[in-house]
Design a protein around this ligand. Structure first.
Ligand SMILES: NC(=O)c1ccc[n+]([C@@H]2O[C@H](COP(=O)([O-])OP(=O)(O)OC[C@H]3O[C@@H](n4cnc5c(N)ncnc54)[C@H](O)[C@@H]3O)[C@@H](O)[C@H]2O)c1
Length: 715
C-alpha cells in the first residue's frame, strides 16, 4: 500500500514473494517458533476421543518426533503429549505458520522451480485458507475431518519438497506424510497422493481413531486431501442441480419451484450450500442447524435469509419454524430459512402439523448432518442441547451413542409419517443417513416380504439415495463436477473463463441433436448456471469455477482455456480438476455407485483404475482416498489436477486424460445396464475408433425364471 492507501501491484508482488520465500525452508526449527497458542478467532475441530493407551500412546509420540532433530525432542515431547491428551491428535500447533496469511497466492509468488509444483502449492494453501477451511488450524478443510495433512510438520516439508522439485521428479504422499521426492520423468505426475488406504480388513472406524492418532493415516475426504477444494460453490452448483432434478422427478416437470418447500439439515461446510441453492432454484429452503456459530456464519453471508428458533430443545421453538414455513409457502417467493435447533424436533413438529391440518406443507426433504461420523459430533441427538452434546460425546461416549441411536429412530419415524401420509418426497443426500439409521434399527428399510434377505449387505432402503434417483442418470450421461482454478488469482481471468465456458456450452447445445433431450436438458441447466455464476458471487478463496460437463464439454473447456493461456487472454495457467464425486471418481455403494445394480457396487476397481489411468495419461497430480463423503471404509475415491499452461503438451494431456477420466465410469455403468450410459458410450465409440468397450447382452426375466425352475436337473 502507498500513503494514499492505494495498492502498488509491483510492491505487493515483491512483498508476497518475500513472505513466501520461507516455504522453501521446511519446518522452522532454528529456533523453534514461539507457540502461537490456540487462536480463538477460528473454529476448532472437536476434541477427538483418546484412542491410545500405554505403548500405543508412546508410539504416537515417537512417530511425531521423527520429523525433528533429537536435540528438540525434550522440548517437543511433553508438548505433543499434552496435545494428544487434550485434543486426541498431535497437530503440532506450534508450527502453524503465522507470519504470512494462509491463502491461494498467485502462481508466480511461490519459491518453486517448476510451474506445476507452484500450482500444487497454491492449491494446498487454498485448502487451508481460514476463509475456506472448516478447522484451518487442525488442517481440516471440510466435512468435520477432511484433512489436508495430519500435522504442520508435514505441511512445511511438502512445501519444501515442492519448492525443490524439478520436472523429472515425483513427490509421494502417504496420508499427508511426504515419503520423499523420487526421480521420474516429465510425463509422470509431479505428485501422487494416497489418503487412508488400508489393508481391507483393518478399515474400521475404531482402528481409524487409533491410526489417525498415531499419525500414520488420515481421512482425506474427497478434495481436502487432494488439494482440489474450491469452497462452497462446488456444492451449491451440485445442490442446485439436485433440487431442480428432484422437483422434475417427484413433482413433475410442469410444477416449477414456486411455493415448493424443501426441508433439510446442516449449515456446515457442504450442507451450508442448501439454503443458497434453494433460493437459486426459486423454492423455499428450510435448513435446521444446532450450532449457533455455523448458522450465524451462513446468515451473515446472506445464504440464510431468515432465522427462526432459539437453539433450545423446547417444542415451541420448532413450532415457530412451522408457522414461518406456512407463511413462506403462502407468499410463494424464494426464501431461505435457518432453523436454530435440532432437525428431528423440526420433522416431529411438521408431522404434528400435518396430522392436525392434513396440509401438504413440505414436498421435498433430505438430510445433511455429518452421518459419516455420527458418534463423534457429526450428528447431534434431539434429546440434548448443542452444548450438552459437545460435553457428553467425549465425557460419556457410550451414553451419547445410545442417545444418537434413539434420535435416529425418532428422526426416521417423523419422516416416515410425512412420506406415507402427507406428500413428502425424501432422499438420502450422500451423508450415510440411511445407512446409520439402518444400523440404529430405525424404520428405513423397504418391506422386502418373505423373499427378502434382511441380513443382506444390500438390503434395500425405503427411500432412494439422491444418486439412485437423481444424479446417477446424470453421471451416466458423463456429466460431472468439472472445475478449474485461475492461478493468476485475478477475477478478470475467471470472467474470461466464464465467457469461454458459456460459448462452449452454447456450441454444444447447437450441436446437440434434438432427440437427445437428456443431454440437452443438462446443457441448458449448466449454461444457465455459468451465465449467472459471476452474479451469484460464489468465489471463496481461489478464483475457481465449477460446471457440470460431459466428456465433450470438459475437453472443449480444457482446450479453450489452454488456447487462452497461450495467446495471452488469460494471464496465467489454469488448473483443471473435478470433485471426486463424479461418474468415474468414486465407488460408494450408498452414494455415487448406488444406482449400479449388477452387484458390483461394493467393489472399488473403478476408482482405483481411474487414478492409475489418469496418472499415465498426463495428470499433474493424482489422489486416491478411502472413505470420502460417506465415511471411513464406506467409499473409495480419487481425482486429479492438471495444469493447462498454454502448451500443445498440456492440450494433448487433457484430451487423453479426460477421455479416460469420464468414459471409464460411463463404460462401467453401461456394463451395469444403465441405459443413459449405454447411449453415451456408443456415441463415444463412434467418435473415437480406438475406444472399444465391452457391452452387455441382457438376459430376459423369462430366461432367468425358467433356469431357476430347472433346479433338479443335472449337468
Ligand atoms: N451430497 C453431497 O454431494 C455431499 C457432498 C459433500 C458432503 N456430503 C456429506 O454431507 C454431510 C455434511 O457435510 P458438511 O461438510 O456440511 O459437514 P459439517 O459437519 O460441516 O456440517 C454438518 C452440520 O450438521 C449440523 N448438525 C448435526 N446434527 C444435527 C441435527 N441433529 N440437527 C441439526 N443440525 C445438525 C452440525 O452442527 C454441522 O454444522 C457429510 O456427511 C458429508 O460427507 C454430501
Amino acid at each position: 500500500m502507498n500513503i494514499a492507501g492505494q495498492t502498488n501491484p509491483v510492491n505487493d508482488r515483491r512483498h508476497e514473494v518475500d513472505l513466501l520465500a520461507s516455504l522453501a525452508q521446511g519446518p522452522p526449527l532454528d529456533p523453534l517458533p514461539v507457540h502461537p497458542g490456540i487462536d480463538a478467532s477460528v473454529p476448532h475441530a472437536p476434541r477427538r476421543p483418546i484412542a491410545l493407551r500405554g505403548a500405543e500412546f508412546k508410539l504416537a509420540l515417537r512417530n511425531a518426533l521423527r520429523y525433528f532433530p533429537t536435540r528438540l525432542h525434550a522440548t517437543l515431547a511433553p508438548e505433543f503429549a499434552a496435545e494428544l491428551r487434550q485434543m486426541g491428535h498431535i497437530y503440532m500447533h506450534r508450527l502453524r505458520p503465522t507470519h504470512y496469511a494462509m491463502r491461494a497466492y498467485p502462481i508466480d509468488r511461490y519459491p518453486a522451480k517448476c510451474q506445476q509444483a507452484a500450482a500444487v502449492m497454491l492449491m494446498v494453501m487454498n485448502n487451508l485458507d481460514p476463509a475456506v477451511a472448516q478447522f484451518p488450524h487442525e488442517l481440516v478443510t471440510y466435512g468435520g475431518n477432511g484433512s489436508v495433512f495430519s500435522n504442520w510438520a508435514q505441511f512445511h516439508l511438502v512445501m519444501q519438497y515442492l519448492s525443490q522439485m524439478g520436472e523429472d521428479q515425483t513427490l509421494v504422499l502417504y496420508s499427508g506424510h511426504p515419503l520423499g521426492l523420487f526421480p521420474s520423468s516429465p510425463a509422470a505426475p509431479r505428485v501422487v497422493v494416497t489418503n487412508g488406504l488400508m489393508v481391507a480388513n483393518y478399515s474400521t472406524r475404531a482402528l481409524y481413531e487409533q491410526f489417525y492418532a498415531q499419525g500414520v493415516t488420515q481421512y482425506g475426504q474427497m478434495t481436502a486431501g487432494s488439494f482440489c477444494y474450491i469452497g462452497p460453490q462446488g456444492i451449491v452448483h451440485g445442490t442446485t442441480l439436485t433440487l431442480l432434478n428432484a422437483s422434475r422427478k417427484y413433482l413433475g416437470p410442469a410444477r416449477g419451484m414456486k411455493g415448493v418447500v424443501f426441508v433439510s439439515s446442516g449449515l456446515g461446510g457442504m450442507s451450508g450450500a442448501q439454503p443458497k441453492a434453494a433460493t437459486i432454484t426459486g423454492c423455499v429452503g428450510v435448513v435446521a442447524e444446532v450450532d449457533g456459530t455455523a448458522l450465524r456464519k451462513r446468515h451473515a453471508q446472506g445464504w440464510v435469509q431468515e432465522v427462526v428458533g432459539d437453539g433450545s430443545t423446547s417444542p415451541a421453538s420448532a413450532r415457530a419454524c412451522v408457522i414461518a414455513i406456512c407463511a413462506a409457502k403462502r407468499a410463494g417467493k424464494p426464501l431461505s430459512i435457518g432453523f436454530h435447533g435440532n432437525v428431528v424436533a423440526l420433522w416431529e413438529a411438521l408431522a404434528a402439523h400435518a396430522r392436525e391440518t392434513g396440509e401438504v406443507l413440505v414436498e421435498l426433504g433430505s438430510d445433511q448432518t455429518s452421518c459419516h461420523n455420527p458418534y463423534l459430533g457429526g450428528y447431534y441427538p434431539v434429546q440434548l442441547s448443542f452444548e450438552e452434546a459437545r460435553t457428553m460425546m467425549s465425557a460419556e461416549p457410550e451414553r451419547f451413542r445410545r442417545l444418537v441411536t434413539d434420535s435416529f429412530v425418532r428422526h426416521a419415524a417423523a419422516i416416515g409419517e410425512l412420506v406415507a401420509n402427507h406428500g413428502l418426497h425424501f432422499w438420502d443426500y450422500g451423508n450415510s443417513f440411511l445407512l446409520e439409521c439402518g444400523r440404529a434399527n430405525a424404520d428405513v428399510f423397504e418391506n422386502v416380504g418373505d423373499g427378502g434377505d434382511v441380513a443382506s449387505v444390500d438390503r434395500p432402503f425405503r427411500y432412494p439415495s439422491y444418486v439412485q434417483d437423481i444424479m446417477g442418470d446424470i453421471f451416466s450421461l458423463g456429466f460431472g463436477p468439472f472445475r478449474w482454478v485461475c492461478t493468476s488469482g485475478e477475477p478478470a481471468d475467471l470472467a474470461v473463463t466464464d465467457a469461454i465456458a458459456a460459448r462452449v456450452f452454447e456450441a454444444l447445445l447447437d450441436a446437440c441433436p434434438p432427440p437427445d433431450a437428456r443431454v440437452a436438458g443438462q446443457l441448458h441447466d449448466n449454461l444457465r448456471w455459468i451465465l449467472e455464476a459471476g452474479k451469484n458471487q460464489m468465489v471463496v478463496g481461489s478464483q475457481s469455477r465449477i460446471l457440470y460437463s460431459n466428456r465433450r464439454g470438459r475437453a472443449a473447456l480444457a482446450t479453450g482455456f489452454n488456447d487462452a493461456v497461450r495467446d495471452g487472454r488469460l494471464s496465467a495457467p489454469v488448473v483443471i480438476s473435478r470433485d471426486h464425486h463424479d461418474v468415474s471418481g468414486t465407488d460408494s455403494p450408498f452414494r455415487e455407485t448406488a444406482n449400479i445394480t449388477d452387484g458390483s457396487k461394493f467393489t472399488a476397481d473403478m476408482s482405483t483404475q481411474n487414478v492409475i489411468g489418469d496418472a499415465f495419461r498426463g495428470a499433474t497430480w493424482v489422489a486416491l482416498h478411502n472413505g470420502g463423503g460417506t465415511g471411513w471404509g464406506e467409499a473409495s475415491n480419487g481425482g486429479f489436477g492438471l495444469v493447462m499452461d498454454g502448451t500443445p503438451d498440456a492440450a494433448a494431456r487433457a484430451e487423453s486424460l479426460l477421455l479416460w477420466d469420464v468414459n471409464n465410469g460411463v463404460a462401467r455403468r453401461a456394463w451395469g445396464g444403465n441405459e443413459n450410459a449405454q447411449l453415451t458410450i456408443r456415441e463415444e465409440m463412434e467418435l473415437n475408433q480406438q475406444l472399444r468397450v465391452t457391452m452387455p447382452h441382457d438376459a430376459s426375466d423369462a430366461c432367468i425364471d425358467a433356469a431357476m425352475k430347472t433346479r433338479g436337473s443335472r449337468l
